[in-house]
Design a protein around this ligand. Structure first.
Ligand SMILES: Cc1cc2nc3c(=O)[nH]c(=O)nc-3n(C[C@H](O)[C@H](O)[C@H](O)COP(=O)(O)OP(=O)(O)OC[C@H]3O[C@@H](n4cnc5c(N)ncnc54)[C@H](O)[C@@H]3O)c2cc1C
Length: 289
């Protein structure tokens, strides 16, 4: 069915998620062009297949039972093209590669994102960020695939909120980001400082999906679920191979043999404990069943 594309069958999803959990996907297809993507979705529609768009899998928990459909992997959408102080970036570019490229191009502004193990597409969908920044601050326009057509959306056409955007209705192909000229050595220093800060505070040494829960905004107050989980003494609580990180209570880590069931049970356990103290946080991670 997918012979003319770059594709694989019966793919171990655990190799495509930073949680290192997940059974087999029936197909994984890596379209190379807009045209291939269009054709691919014609086949998906014709054959009535389930599908899922994958970035770097750093926010997705796959099921141990796998996924009986097509995982569309956008790793070939990997171009980075500078024009003045702006840059057009393919949705499949990850933030490690992007920051290194931007440093060589002398474009600063995104150093805060160095260390986020996701792609531009993944970060845009959830308007991710850290250290006081969100990716939407840098967006000029986003090119998307919408029911077989390529569309360009200006920033003013897109609704960005805290850890959410209405880009989730599309497939993101690329975005034009507005940055600022800077010296590579300045950029490098900021990148290193930010990544060091992250590695000191977060369990980079173990598989995870980053923060499990979003911050809770209640009236004018911001509630940090990680702080509450820590105060409840839950760091180190384990179900099977899943553990509430000893380093950062907002993370659940895979200590080696975690199953998706272990992780979901642990998330539900934390949710119960938080509910007992009157807090109902929203999950930041995506669970693909
Ligand atoms: C150690 C660690 C640290 C982290 N730190 C941060 C942080 O500081 N800030 C932060 O915000 N997040 C952080 N995260 C979470 C994660 O890296 C981000 O959410 C990231 O943006 C997800 O990108 P991804 O490419 O891995 O997306 P995936 O996990 O592959 O996908 C996430 C969602 O986006 C959708 N998606 C992906 N690409 C596209 C596309 N092109 N078009 C349409 N939909 C798409 C998927 O279908 C899915 O619903 C961290 C994670 C880890 C493991």
């Amino acid at each position: 069915m997918f012979e003319k594309y770059d594709y694989m069958e019966n793919v171990e999803l655990k190799n495509y998620s930073t949680m290192k959990v997940g059974g087999l996907a029936k197909f994984m297809v890596f379209p190379r062009t807009h045209l291939e993507l269009k054709e691919l979705f014609e086949i998906i529609k014709q054959e009535n297949l389930r599908w899922f768009i994958l970035g770097n899998g750093s926010n997705v928990l796959f099921d141990d039972e796998g996924f009986d459909g097509v995982v569309v992997n956008l790793k070939h959408f990997d171009r980075v093209v500078k024009s003045g102080e702006s840059v057009r970036v393919g949705a499949g570019v990850n933030f490690f590669a992007l920051n290194i490229k931007l440093k060589s191009l002398g474009l600063g502004g995104l150093e805060w994102s160095y260390g986020i193990p996701g792609t531009l597409g993944g970060l845009l969908v959830m308007n991710g960020g850290c250290y006081g920044h969100e990716i939407c601050e840098f967006v000029e326009e986003v090119t998307v695939f919408d029911s077989g057509k390529v569309k360009r959306l200006k920033k003013s056409d897109i609704k960005f909120e805290y850890r959410h955007s209405d880009l989730n209705q599309y497939i993101i192909l690329s975005a034009k980001l507005k940055l600022k000229a800077d010296l590579p050595e300045n950029i490098n220093q900021k990148m290193t400082e930010n990544f060091t800060k992250k590695k000191n505070a977060q369990p980079y040494e173990l598989p995870s999906l980053g923060s499990v829960f979003k911050l809770v905004h209640k009236n004018d107050e911001i509630i940090y679920p990680a702080k509450l989980i820590d105060n409840l003494g839950l760091k180190g609580v384990k179900i099977g191979g899943a553990e509430i990180s000893q380093k950062h209570a907002g993370f659940i880590v895979n200590t080696g043999e975690a199953t998706s069931e272990d992780i979901i049970k642990l998330i539900e356990y934390v949710e119960c404990k938080l509910l007992e103290i009157g807090v109902k946080p929203e999950r930041e991670i995506i669970i693909l069943k």
